[in-house]
Design a protein around this ligand. Structure first.
Ligand SMILES: *[C@@H]1O[C@H](CO)[C@@H](O)[C@H](O)[C@H]1NC(C)=O
Ligand SMILES: *[C@@H]1O[C@H](CO)[C@@H](O)[C@H](O)[C@H]1NC(C)=O
Ligand SMILES: *[C@@H]1O[C@H](CO)[C@@H](O)[C@H](O)[C@H]1NC(C)=O
Ligand SMILES: *[C@@H]1O[C@H](CO)[C@@H](O)[C@H](O)[C@H]1NC(C)=O
Length: 574
């Protein structure tokens, strides 16, 4: 009996192993480090699982919890980014993954999905549980579908805070959790101490000639200020200073673990690194294969010099104009520093409480009004739909293109204000998509692995810039007023209560005072005693000057002072 049981479990295991091995999965861990201008250090972690089929029920490396969600909600492509801080394109160049501050999620569902919205809300709710985020606040009033793609949904929650509670479940999705490999560098204390940090989950199919692979990339972008992390007020940085720990063990499940160091900034600010690289790619990428204890540190001998790196070809600015709380304007600027024109698509995602006036939409290039190549506008609707504005533009060479539109500030219902209403309302970022020549940016990040990107060749590179968020203050009612009224009313009631209670409960009665022997008489005697002592004392210290009281006969008349004493008149005469 026992033998049979053992046999069967063994064969079951064999079956599992067979199933497991019949689907091939690969896993790789990579860390890309780039010292940026003005002493910042950018580190980008990427953990990639690629599998060959999309039945996520049987997987060894692909996280089951996420696989279930992808299966259940018919997700074809998914991007979730949780970010804190602002990426400064102008001084830092392009990041590997461009994410706006707060939470951002976009998903594409399978083409045959019937009720896309139902799946979208199901997906966001499931992900909010998986990652401990507030993605469940996504509804029709803050998400949109793409104009061209029925099965695509996008939403952005700019107010979302990113914290340890998001990092821990995110790390749980990794095959080695945070015990081994590069993920052991991600300690919540250090991650959330960075100037900029962004956690991401990116799932997409990679199809080639009808055959698809499925790629899951978990990414972390961190930017540290090296002045801040090196306690000596210099530019030195190291893995230990940035992450609080060195690397001890590699993840045994990873097909390869590598660290890349971009040394292109060495030409402007030379620095020395503690480890010789295993090899160098494209003359400026030092590559380290990880297999055991590893440590990397850099010494920057020269004191602080501000080096402005080459500006990226395309960058944006966004701000609001106007004053007061009645009318305002929204301006998005796109700078093209390239010597040839660039076609860009700008997607403005304006919440319903910022109703825009479409007739005020103005697009100018270097101050001259231009006509966009295409324009899609879907007016918003109070509490239901955002104002969706998609503009396709040709950005002239070396130009600044400005899109401006005016809006109203809306007075909301009082339950619609968030807690701390006077903090203001966050407005999410606009998106600028453009295709730029691949050699115009030093690095591209559209392939599965970083190493493929470093070596990538091709014509075009699609960049997706996210502009800054901003806060506006809508007209806010005086929320403290009810509390003031309550306090005042309570005080008045409390003050009135005593006398009213007295008057209404006590009866007035006329009595004759009686001499009561006992304690009262003792007190009276004591008082008399005290009085005599006091009197004696005052007698000892000298009498107060007596005031003379004049009889009317002793007074004489003064024209302005009236009746005064003769003595006074005499003194006056002198
Ligand atoms: C879904 O539709 C889009 C646009 O029509 C098309 O590009 C894509 O190949 C389709 N995907 C599938 C899996 O059929
Ligand atoms: C930077 O350049 C100097 C020489 O200019 C060289 O000695 C040093 O090794 C380089 N550092 C790196 C990290 O490549
Ligand atoms: C980029 O490539 C184009 C042609 O493909 C070339 O004309 C241009 O000079 C290159 N730019 C740089 C910075 O290498
Ligand atoms: C990168 O490309 C060069 C030539 O284009 C090739 O020799 C090299 O093997 C490639 N490296 C990797 C890691 O693919």
């Amino acid at each position: 009996m026992v033998l049979v049981y053992k046999m069967s479990t063994k064969s079951l295991w064999l079956l599992f192993i067979f199933i497991g091995s019949s689907y091939s999965e690969t896993y790789s861990e990579e860390l890309f480090i780039k010292p940026l201008a003005t002493g910042y250090v950018y580190s980008f972690f990427q953990f990639t699982v690629i599998r060959e089929d999309d039945s996520f029920k049987h997987s060894t490396l692909f996280p089951h919890s996420l696989g279930d969600i992808i299966d259940r909600f018919h997700v074809a492509e998914l991007n979730v980014d949780l970010t804190s801080g602002l990426w400064k394109h102008k001084s830092w160049g392009y990041p590997a993954v461009d994410a706006p501050s707060g939470a951002e999620i976009s998903a594409r569902f399978h083409n045959d999905t019937q009720d896309v919205d139902k799946h979208w809300y199901g997906l966001t709710n499931a992900l909010s549980g998986l990652l401990c985020t507030s993605l469940n606040f996504i509804n029709s009033a803050n998400s949109y579908e793409s104009s061209a793609d029925r099965v695509y949904r996008y939403s952005n929650l700019p107010r979302e805070n990113v914290c340890t509670e998001n990092l821990t479940p995110w790390k749980k999705l990794l095959p080695c959790d945070s015990t081994r490999g590069l993920s052991s560098l991600l300690n919540s204390g250090r991650v959330h101490n960075a100037n900029y940090h962004s956690l991401g989950i990116h799932f997409r199919p990679l199809c080639n000639a009808g055959k698809c692979k499925y790629e899951l990339r978990q990414t972390v972008s961190l930017v540290y200020d090296s002045i801040f992390i090196s306690f000596n007020n210099n530019y030195d940085w190291s893995l230990r200073k940035m992450f609080g720990t060195g690397l001890f063990k590699t993840c045994p499940l990873a097909d390869y673990s590598k660290i890349y160091l971009d040394t292109s900034s060495n030409s402007s600010v030379p620095y020395l690194i503690s480890q010789e690289p295993d090899y160098v790619l494209k003359n400026n990428i030092a590559v380290y294969n990880l297999n055991g204890i590893f440590h990397l540190s850099a010494i920057v001998p020269r004191p602080k010099i501000v080096v402005s790196e080459l500006r990226p070809l395309l960058y944006t600015d966004r701000f609001i104009t106007g004053f007061g709380q009645e009318y305002g304007g929204l301006v998005t600027r796109i700078y093209n520093d390239h010597k040839s024109p660039i076609i860009a698509t700008v997607i403005e995602n304006i919440p319903w409480f910022l109703p825009i006036y479409y007739h005020t939409l103005k697009v100018t290039s270097n101050g001259i009004r231009i006509i966009p190549k295409a324009l899609i506008y879907k007016p918003g609707k109070g509490r239901v739909r955002i104002y969706y504005l998609e503009i396709v533009l040709e950005l002239a060479p070396r130009s600044v293109t400005e899109i401006s539109v005016q809006f109203d500030y809306v007075f909301l219902k009082w339950q619609e204000y968030p807690p701390d209403a006077n903090h203001g309302f966050y407005i999410g970022s606009a998106i600028v998509k453009a295709t730029i020549p691949r050699n115009a940016t030093s690095l591209t990040f559209d392939k599965s692995l970083i190493i493929d990107n470093l070596n990538s060749t091709g014509d075009d590179y699609l960049i997706c810039l996210k502009t800054e968020n901003f806060i506006i203050t809508l007209p806010t009612p005086d929320f403290s007023m009810p509390y003031n009224v309550i306090c005042l009313a309570c005080t008045v009631v409390a003050l009135a209560f005593g006398p009213i209670h007295n008057i209404t409960t006590k009866r007035l009665k006329l009595t004759t005072a009686k001499y009561v022997p006992g304690l009262a008489s003792v007190a009276q005697k004591l008082y008399v005693l005290m009085e005599t002592i006091f009197m004696l004392k005052s007698k000892k210290t000298g009498k107060p000057t007596p005031v003379k009281v004049f009889t009317p006969e002793e007074l004489s008349y003064h024209p302005t002072l009236g009746h005064v004493s003769e003595e006074f008149m005499k003194n006056k005469g002198n």
